[in-house]
Design a protein around this ligand. Structure first.
Ligand SMILES: [Zn+2]
Ligand SMILES: [Zn+2]
Length: 93
């Protein structure tokens, strides 16, 4: 039986990854303030970078937030440019 209002929910666990629509696994924060799963954001950025590479090679090193398309300065595909809220060895240098 859910409590009316449900205001005891922890904001992070109540958050839904905008990519897979599940509570974020290894939540990762982008500079623009979006929280996604570490795996989701890395996969999404990698995919869009590969696509950009085919169309606009000059912008292929410009990682963008998969949610709002803001650039992610310092992205290196290994955890650079984003903040892991739950650090994981794979995502840190
Ligand atoms: Zn996700
Ligand atoms: Zn964003």
């Amino acid at each position: 039986m859910p409590a009316p209002g449900g205001d005891t929910i922890d904001p992070l666990s109540a958050y839904t990854c905008p990519i897979c629509f599940c509570p974020p696994t290894y939540a990762t924060l982008t500079p623009c303030g979006h929280v996604c799963c570490g795996e989701c954001i890395f996969t999404a950025v990698k995919t869009s970078l590969a696509r950009t590479m085919g169309m606009m090679p000059r912008e292929a090193n410009l990682a963008r937030c998969p949610v709002c398309r803001a650039t992610i300065p310092g992205w290196d595909g290994k955890g650079g440019g984003v903040i892991g809220l739950k650090p994981r060895t794979v995502l840190s240098l």
